[in-house]
Design a protein around this ligand. Sequence first.
Ligand SMILES: [Zn+2]
Length: 277
Amino acid sequence: MPELPEVEMVARHLRALLAGKTVRKAQLLQPGIAPEHPPRQFAQWLRGARVETVARRGKHILTHLSNGRTLLTHLRMTGRFLYVAAEAELEPHTHAVFWLDDGQKLLYSDVRRFGRLQIVKTAELDETKALRQLAPEPFDPAFTPEYLFRALKRSRQPIKLFLLDQTRVVGLGNIYAAEALHRAGINPQLPAQQLSRPRTDRLHTEIVAVLNDAIAYESTLNTDPRDLDASYTGGTYESLTRVYDRAGQPCLTCGTLVRRFTQGARSTYYCPRCQRR
Ligand SMILES: [Zn+2]
């Protein structure tokens, strides 16, 4: 499942490929991925629209169009975009096609079909169901140590689960929540309410740092525009993670073996020495 840094990279690649280009025609082949609109309406809103820019909010990709509408995409598990020649054959799991004025077409493909596409009025974007409950972005000026401290104080959850809650903090999934806690030396089971103000400041710093590091690392990878699938997790990615998926291996800070346990139905990895409390 892609996390914020991976979705950010897909949004950046799409921006480079699409900004300034016009959608000549669009077709929704699998209505289930855009349940809010009849396929004909979906196609009408896109036809003739120029892409102004592509941005991101949480794990949503926002394609802003010249007609005052925005295409929202959530890739979920297996959603991906393919930027290919107009005459290229469709991949088996292609659910939407966007023909562009540059002789290329953009395909949305999704094997498991959990991804969602939705077109909304750009002016009403922040009020849409998908976005209105999201907490501030980690890179937004509103995400301050004060904000984090106040949110922690209101929570009864263990801190790891607090970090996964997108209404509290946007952008941390299972990997980066574990990494931020390890960097900050905080035990994942600590009740969120109990984190002191100095430790909150440290956590705030490490949340921003781990996401920045991941984006910086992923920016160095060669990406094929014919397959923008948000799986930037191959290759030497492991060099970024200090505890995630490393159960039984020595902690890179102190050498103690990393432990794994189940928390909120998902695996949590931590170092019992660096993250004692
Ligand atoms: Zn350690």
